[in-house]
Write a new protein. Structure first.
Length: 551
């Protein structure tokens, strides 16, 4: 790196890249694995709504555990031990998903990933911020987080290509194990670069008024477990499912704790903590829409998008259909309803029938006519998870553009403050929902598959919004957090992410309630516009606090 950035940045960049390689590899195939009918290629055969709920709960919990993980890193373990512990737990969880096929052990593996992410995620982001505490790097902190964020997305981009190859060539299990190997490579990179950030990894000294570990465990962690249990066992399903009820109830003590930090803070720290809580609130809406890439948009890619490979790149194979790279010929497939949900009998077993895969139901009339005339012709399809690489591709391509754009404005003295960037990101993200509204119109509400370019365009728009919001949110927390609770407040940012992730699963599970899918995407648009207006109403105060804090 040049003198504008600390020498530890590239090592943290590649550590995070490999960690995110594993994490996003799992996300890219998670729902596909859950909904694939039993007996076809080893999927779990769960109903789509249940898969959405599990996915939403999983990604929510991976961003809820940083609350306690960040606190333990600040006060007990230190940053280095937390990163190693988190990485090892995640690697074990990924490998466990590939080895264990029964549902209880599958959930246990998910639990290891969830806990491991809690230690790893807030700690490495905080460590990066500490590297920029030196006065000569301070002005480039936003750019440093943008570069770091690009590393995240390089991992997210290549992982889906590897996942597609591994599950086509070997199977689901081998794809999951690959994620674990990626995490272990990341820990090796972190070890190699240790000398560049060991000093920045030192724990902050305890100060008077600091929250104690016993207070966290007794007043937050234990009440969260009790509240979650109450939500789980309450009769009925208040918010749509037992897991959703449990999650929302468990969040209440945690949210109360963060709000109480504001009221307990001294007059010097109170404005900064208040500003952070405001950003946490509005960013939650962004994640509720953005994280539907693993549910609603994966469903759109799977069932509503033309995934046929051009004849110029087809490989000579047998006289068969190819479905996601796998042979398809006189094979049992699931019975689906008109909205592509897997149907089950009274015992919960997936119903089977003979015939073409669900993919061929809504192909274009001319393609259908060709198949009817020559039913033995070869058909090759792109793997659905490859569409998950579109967003990180855009991040990689657009990050240098965004960084250069902010740098140009900075030279002219016109660069907006971080809160303004975040609110702008919310508005731009809302526009991506309108792209999907047009995609629904183009496909006559799912009657005919549409071009993959609709997803490319939608992901492109929301990526611009993401680059204005997500890395800026990390930078905002690093800039304004009191030094003694930086990792804890970073955990708060991920708590907002967590709640948004769970909301994304709830929103995705309503997909089948909309006969007209335009309305589904218009609801997402309305949520982001509401968040934009809310953020705009706070903007003057937030920017003033930034200036008062010397930023």
């Amino acid at each position: 790196m040049n003198n504008k950035h600390p020498k530890g940045l590239p090592y943290l960049f590649f550590t995070e890249m490999w960690e995110r390689f594993g994490y996003y590899l799992i996300l890219g195939i998670f729902v596909l694995y859950l909904i694939e009918p039993e007996g076809m290629r080893g999927g779990l055969g769960l109903p789509d709504k249940m898969a959405d709920d599990i996915f939403g709960t999983y990604i929510a919990l991976t961003y809820l555990t940083p609350f306690i993980g960040g606190f333990l890193a600040d006060r007990v373990l230190g940053y280095v031990k937390s990163i190693y512990l988190g990485g090892i737990l995640m690697a074990a969880g990924y490998i466990g998903m590939g080895v264990f096929k029964d549902l209880p052990l599958f959930y246990t593996s998910l639990g290891l990933i969830i806990v491991g992410n809690g230690f790893f995620k807030p700690t490495i982001s905080t460590l990066l911020g500490n590297l920029y505490s030196d006065e000569k790097y301070k002005a480039n902190k936003d750019s440093g987080y943008n570069i770091f964020y690009m590393g995240i997305n390089i991992g997210a981009f290549i992982c889906n290509i590897i996942a597609a190859f591994m599950r086509n060539k070997f199977g689901w299990g081998e794809a999951f194990i690959t994620a674990g190997i990626g995490m272990l490579i990341g820990l090796v990179v972190f070890t190699v670069g240790m000398k560049h950030y060991r000093q920045a990894a030192e724990m902050k000294p305890v100060q008077e008024g600091d929250t104690k570990l016993s207070e966290i465990l007794v007043k937050v962690f234990l009440p969260a477990i009790i509240a979650g249990a109450i939500g789980w066992f309450l009769p009925g399903e208040i918010f749509g499912s037992d897991s959703t009820d449990a999650f929302i109830f468990a969040c209440i003590p945690v949210i109360y704790f963060y709000v109480s930090l504001y009221f307990k803070a001294n007059q010097k720290e109170k404005p900064a903590i208040g500003a952070l809580l405001s950003i946490f609130l509005i960013s939650m809406f962004f994640w509720a829409v953005f994280k539907q890439n693993g549910t609603a948009l994966t469903r759109w890619a799977n069932y509503y998008t033309d995934r046929s490979v051009p004849a110029s790149v087809e490989k000579p194979l047998e006289d068969i259909y190819m479905v996601d790279g796998k042979d398809f010929k006189d094979k049992e497939v699931s019975v689906y309803d008109d909205q592509y949900q897997t149907q089950k009998d009274k015992e919960g077993k997936t119903l089977k029938t003979q015939g073409k895969d669900i993919y061929f139901r809504n192909i274009k009339p001319e393609q259908k006519a060709q198949l009817e005339q020559n039913p033995s012709q070869k058909v090759f399809l792109y793997n659905t998870e490859l569409f998950q690489s579109i967003n990180p591709f855009w991040v990689i391509a657009l990050t240098p553009v965004i960084v250069a754009f902010w740098a140009m404005l900075r030279r002219k003295g016109k660069e907006p403050l971080t809160p303004t960037k975040i609110v702008l990101g919310l508005f731009i993200s809302a526009l991506s929902c309108l792209v999907m509204v047009l995609a629904v119109y183009a496909g006559d509400n799912g009657a005919v598959k549409v071009s993959p370019w609709w997803l490319v365009a939608s992901y492109g728009v929301i990526t611009v919004g993401e680059l204005c919001l997500s890395p800026m949110g990390l930078s905002f927390v690093s800039k304004l957090s009191p030094a003694r609770i930086t990792a804890l407040m970073m955990g708060g940012f991920f708590l907002a992410n967590s709640v948004g992730n769970k909301l994304s699963g709830i929103l995705a599970s309503t997909w089948y309630s909309y006969d007209n899918k335009m309305n589904y995407f218009l609801v997402n648009f309305a949520l982001l516009i509401f968040a934009t207006l809310l953020g705009a109403s706070m903007l003057k105060r937030l920017n003033k606090i930034m200036k008062d804090q010397g930023h």
